[in-house]
Design a protein around this ligand. Structure first.
Ligand code: SDX
Length: 438
């Protein structure tokens, strides 16, 4: 067997040997560049779920699933949670640098100027049925933005990325709060120019003409932390959806709407709501071990929601932060939640069980975050909306990176396993339309 030059992989297909370039990322990740594979071997690769496939090069987020590392533009999320606010992280993800004082002032001003929604759009909320899921409302409303903010061609949005990004991040926050108010039959609360991003959201959610909302700095700090740990996660399902849709040069609003739809799935962003529903079911039943057995039973559709991850094969660093915040915030606020004790017991039982150990299944970002949203007074049907609000800067950053790379249209190949042309020809020769003409 020939020895491949240092940065190549050797592949032999039907007796023909080819060299495939080995790509080494800035943190040492290795990839085999197969962009010439079909040309050189007439073969494509097959990788359902893309478990072994990198879809792009990116400079935005780095994850080490074995070591439990998550960095945005090189900064560990633990450091970012301690040192900056969510608005700074949003700027960092989109622009690649933490904002200086003037950039931050300008970005905050743009977030404020873009926080109102068109009054005609506000009336849309009156026409959603009472029980409409806020994620459905959100993806509909953001898609409709292209009708109200028509400068959606890629060039104008990319040239004005600050404005486009601020509008998406700010308006969607207002839409989310309006969707909640609609769902409880209360009048909407407009954004205030004197409040920070997270304080404004809490105020729009919970203030009311008859029950003024007292903004707690500790609640604002917790919400900033929750938004920071959700802000990006490289090529997850919804971000990949954003890149796929965006590669067709669809406008940013329709692209983000696709991301919101992908995130709403229970295997993805919808898991935070599913975790609370599961913990409540376990609490009512009382037998944790029964549900651990059920999660392992292949004949049962039940899975331990909030456990397992495609990339993390150790504790999700975001889950660690959320678990620590559960101890910290609940203690400082005097709030207690019996589901936290259930969560702790489920984690303890699962992490001692060989099924979970052998498959490297640990708590992921969704396992404890629902407890924190409950502590903030966020209703369960808004949990995934919270995830979407936090993920907006990540989606915008990937959209911007993708349109900046003179990206090719995303169009994977497939391996056809259906009826052959000869089989179809034999079958259709037996048919005749004569009997059906009249
Ligand atoms: C998010 O990708 C991202 O980065 C997403 C995200 C982000 O920030 O964007 O991190 C957010 O989506 C977090 C994940 C939230 N989803 C859940 O908590 C739902 C429960 N988790 C699972 O459905 C599952 O772990 C996935 C979907 C998250 C990952 O599944 P994979 O990578 O496709 O792995 P798999 O389904 O092939 O599982 C491997 C094995 C299987 O058993 P065997 O066939 O080997 O016997 O592990 C088992 C699975 O049955 N398994 C579980 C399990 N998760 C995996 N068994 C019971 N309970 C679980 N939760």
């Amino acid at each position: 067997m020939n020895q491949a030059p240092e940065n190549y992989a050797l592949l032999t297909v039907e007796g023909k040997e080819i060299q495939l370039p080995l790509i080494i990322g800035s943190e040492g990740e290795k990839g085999i560049d197969i962009s010439g594979l079909r040309r050189d071997t007439s073969c494509v690769t097959i990788d359902p779920g893309f478990m072994n496939t990198a879809s792009c090069y990116s400079q935005i987020t780095y994850i080490d699933g074995e070591k439990g590392i998550l960095r945005y533009r090189g900064y560990d999320i633990q450091e970012l949670c301690k040192k900056v606010m969510f608005v700074d992280v949003a700027y960092l993800l989109v622009h690649g640098e933490l904002p200086g004082e003037s950039e931050r002032r300008n970005f905050s001003r743009q977030l404020n100027l873009n926080s109102m929604i068109h009054e005609d759009m506000r009336r849309f909320f009156d026409n959603f049925p009472q029980g409409a899921h806020p994620m459905c409302i959100l993806s509909t409303m953001i898609n409709a933005m292209a009708a109200f903010y028509p400068q959606v061609d890629l060039k104008s949005m990319a040239d004005n990325i600050d404005d486009s990004c601020a509008r998406v991040i700010s308006i969607v926050r207002t839409m989310a709060a309006f969707a909640y108010k609609k769902s409880i039959g209360e009048p909407v609360v407009y954004p205030r120019q004197d409040l920070s991003y997270c304080a404004n959201f809490l105020n729009m959610m919970f203030d009311s003409p008859v029950r003024p909302y007292v903004i707690s700095p500790e609640a604002v700090r917790l919400l900033n932390t929750l938004f920071i740990i959700h802000a990006d996660h490289e090529q997850n399902c919804s971000t990949s959806a954003v890149r796929v849709i965006g590669s067709a040069q669809v406008n940013l609003y329709a692209t983000i709407s696709a991301g919101i739809s992908a995130l709403s799935g229970p295997l993805h962003g919808g898991a935070n709501q599913a975790v609370i529903e599961m913990l409540r079911m376990i609490q009512e039943d009382g037998d944790v071990e029964k549900f651990i057995r059920l999660a392992k039973d292949k004949s049962s559709p039940f899975r331990l929601m909030g456990f397992g991850h495609r990339v993390y094969k150790t504790y999700d660093p975001r889950a660690e932060i959320a678990k620590m915040e559960c101890e910290k915030y609940l203690a400082s606020s005097g709030y207690t939640d019996p589901l936290l004790d259930v969560a702790r017991r489920v984690e303890e039982a699962a992490r001692k069980d060989s099924y979970f150990i052998d498959r490297q299944l640990y708590p992921n970002v969704d396992f404890y975050t629902g407890i924190l949203y409950r502590a903030l007074g966020i209703p369960e049907n808004m949990f995934t909306v919270m995830f979407a609000l936090a993920r907006l800067p990540g989606w915008v950053a990937h959209w911007k990176e993708m349109i900046g790379d003179s990206t090719k249209l995303v169009r994977p190949r497939q391996i056809y396993m259906g009826r052959t042309g000869d089989e179809a020809k034999r079958e259709i020769e037996k048919r005749s339309i004569a009997a059906h003409l009249i």
